[in-house]
Design a protein around this ligand. Structure first.
Ligand SMILES: *Cc1c(COP(=O)(O)O)cnc(C)c1O
Length: 369
């Protein structure tokens, strides 16, 4: 790739910037002789819980397992229903499917792309055991009305915060907005490891304890297995890397915001381009900068021709994936999500996208007919 091109996300630049501390973290873990669990994981858990403003954090193998183990810890099982957004990454749905519960989709608000609280109540039945609200693209879901409906029905709200580390809703951080939260530290996320990693946060001591047992073979005491558990533990090497990166999360989120501001300013008058809408009282962390355009594919091709790499999040909604063919929800069954999927385009964004790079993106979008 030639220099003047704008990549969607530059992960190697993250390593370059923090190389000294990351290499030291690597050596610390290697020298410790302790390679599963232990002090590095526990220290990261304490630091991340404090960052989110939650009482407990339990590290797990990845973000999908974080959601799955929370649903298990709430006792979700076959015959139950789990409410999920129709507009999300498929992991949110798969976590429900892992428990043999049925994912019940709720359509998004067409402006924020997040679960529409006005559509929530109609989806609740006596079988509903949990609501998973996703903070999509880095913007917190509208948690107050979601929690109000949940409270009335006695159903817990799980945040899928995989795309929103550090985002705030009326001053409070994600991870402390629901009954429990699931995080992914997949490399491309705002707080990304150098491999797979995830965590849950909660103020509920019993729930945290159940996840701690579930992630470790259903065992609290070696060779005594109380429940059928899993092997889904946060790797100490990843925990050590995450501690280095957590110290930079707010600063790196601020750099993402600076890029977002350049796009919002530079594109505000461009016809046909629908810019992201941020709810009042919400501080997003711009995991993605998603625009809508009726001629999305043509816009993407135009940008590619000018060296600007874009992606689509996501091209096919979960209910239209072959994996969910048995739900028999065909084309047209979730029209809002389907329309969003046809028109969204993610522009490059990240802590290492320079002002010049952002300006090139703005120019390239402006030159689209
Ligand atoms: C990335 C992501 C996940 C899954 O995280 P993994 O660590 O890849 O398992 C779940 N939900 C959402 C919304 C995500 O973006």
């Amino acid at each position: 790739m030639i220099d003047s091109n704008v990549p969607f996300l530059d992960l190697h630049a993250a390593y370059d910037e923090l190389r000294g501390n990351l290499d030291a973290a690597y050596r610390r873990v290697m020298e410790s002789g302790w390679y599963v669990g232990g002090a590095e994981v526990e220290t990261f858990e304490a630091e991340f819980a404090a960052y989110c403003g939650a009482e407990y954090c339990v590290g797990v193998g990845n973000g999908l397992e974080a959601i799955h183990l929370l649903l298990r810890a709430y006792g979700v099982e076959e015959g139950d229903e789990v409410i999920v957004p129709s507009n999300t990454y498929i992991a949110t749905w798969l976590a429900a499917t892992y428990t043999n519960a049925r994912p019940v989709p709720v359509e998004p608000d067409a402006a924020t792309y997040n679960l529409d609280p006005a559509c929530l109540e109609a989806a609740i039945t006596p079988r509903t055991k949990a609501i998973v609200a996703v903070h999509l693209y880095g913007q917190p879901a509208d948690m107050d009305p979601i929690r109000e409906v949940a409270r009335r029905h006695g159903v817990p709200v799980i945040e899928d915060a995989a795309q929103a580390h550090g985002a705030r809703y009326h001053g409070r951080r994600v991870g402390a907005l629901g009954d429990a939260a699931a995080f992914s530290f997949y490399p491309g996320k705002n707080l990304g490891a150098f491999g797979d990693a995830g965590a849950i946060t909660t103020d509920d001591a019993d729930l945290a304890d159940r996840v701690r047992v579930l992630r470790n073979y259903g065992s609290r005491e070696k060779y005594r297995n109380e429940v059928v558990g899993f092997n889904s533990r946060l790797d100490p090497l990843q925990a050590a890397f995450l501690r280095v990166k957590l110290a930079h999360l707010d600063a790196w989120n601020a750099r993402r915001s600076a890029v977002a501001d350049r796009y919002l300013d530079g594109l505000s008058d461009v016809g046909g381009v629908v810019l992201p809408y941020v709810l009042s009282g919400v501080d997003p962390v711009w995991h993605l900068f998603v625009v809508r355009h009726a001629r999305r594919d043509a816009l993407a091709a135009h940008l590619a021709g000018r060296g600007v790499q874009t992606l689509v999040h996501y091209p096919v909604p979960p209910h239209l994936q072959p994996a969910y063919a048995d739900l028999a929800m065909g084309e047209g069954s979730l029209p809002v999500a389907e329309a969003v999927h046809r028109e969204v385009l993610s522009l490059p964004i990240g802590p290492h996208l320079s002002p010049e790079g952002a300006a090139r993106v703005v120019q390239a979008v402006r030159s689209f007919g």
